[in-house]
Design a protein around this ligand. Sequence first.
Ligand SMILES: Cc1cc2nc3c(=O)[nH]c(=O)nc-3n(C[C@H](O)[C@H](O)[C@H](O)COP(=O)(O)OP(=O)(O)OC[C@H]3O[C@@H](n4cnc5c(N)ncnc54)[C@H](O)[C@@H]3O)c2cc1C
Length: 336
Amino acid sequence: MKAFANQNARSVEEAVTLAQQSLQGGQSVSFVGGGTDLLQLMKDRVVNRPGSELPDVLVNLKTVGGLDQVTPSAQGGATIGGMITLDALSQNALVRDRFRVLAEAAESVASPQIRKAGTLAGNVCQRPWCWYFRNGFQCYKAGGSVCYSVRGENQLHAIFGGGPSYIVNPSDVAPALVALDASFRVVGPEGERTLSAADFFVLPRQDAEHENVLADDEVLASVELPAPGSGMRSAFHKEMDREAWTHALASAAVVLDMDGGVVRSARIVLGGVAPIPWRVPEAEALLAGNRVTPELARAVGAAAVAGARAMSKNAYKIPLARSVVERTVLTLATSA
Ligand SMILES: Cc1cc2nc3c(=O)[nH]c(=O)nc-3n(C[C@H](O)[C@H](O)[C@H](O)COP(=O)(O)OP(=O)(O)OC[C@H]3O[C@@H](n4cnc5c(N)ncnc54)[C@H](O)[C@@H]3O)c2cc1C
């Protein structure tokens, strides 16, 4: 593994300054949370940021005080620090109570060991787990101009939003955050900006090398969750090729705003099937103003995958995504 310098940041602003100083000094830099993704990439000599070298400097964000907290807002929402571990997030009482879909998504990540070390921000910013990218192929994600999955092994690749790269966004918490209409607070050299979770992720056709809008010297500091309505229910379901310790083949994060037994509005976001968390408005629209029956849930599942396009080896994802939506919607709407 290439030698690197570790710099412990004491504040988000200091982290940004440390990163800037490294970049200005001609050194490549990466922020590090739990390191469960980044350090493996470095051991495998896969570059973390396209167009840069393996990092010379790691700016450690775990030493920033207070970034691991869940803070309720006066209006009933919450602010969650980017350095909270996935384990702490999944067990937090407020998150479980008001934002169940997020707790369930965090709980479904990988293994207990990874959840104890991996952070919310690191999970959202993890690089793709495409086997070509992870094994040193010069694909779009590594700064090249080929997606090897198109003519190769594409069992785990995208059925929505692909091209020119067909990676899928690997984060389980990302669909939950989009379904909850979360906002991300990003801090950089020019100060801070807040953007909706949906606008944080970018499609390959917008930027084939990156998965999100962050610049090299910008930190994802925290996540804001708006107050849930009194009738809000939410859930996350994930389909895998084994019981645990792996990414979603397809997942559904569903948030329903219910008025008694009738759905006022719905947000449905798929994971594991597209380069970004994939919202399905046509499926959501079928629910608005209706009582959920098994027939309606089936129609919602079908609408969710109506725009899917299979590659040569991943057509199985279409019925999988359809059924995970159908099941999640039906269970959630009909549970007491
Ligand atoms: C065997 C295995 C199975 C896995 N299964 C799943 C799974 O089922 N579901 C799932 O969602 N994930 C899964 N993962 C991925 C795992 O969840 C991530 O490794 C972890 O969440 C990353 O968190 P971290 O804090 O360790 O990130 P790090 O490794 O520290 O960083 C990851 C990336 O995010 C960047 N980064 C970190 N924090 C910030 C920040 N605050 N601002 C800007 N950039 C930042 C880093 O530069 C790096 O590019 C799996 C990983 C492994 C090894």
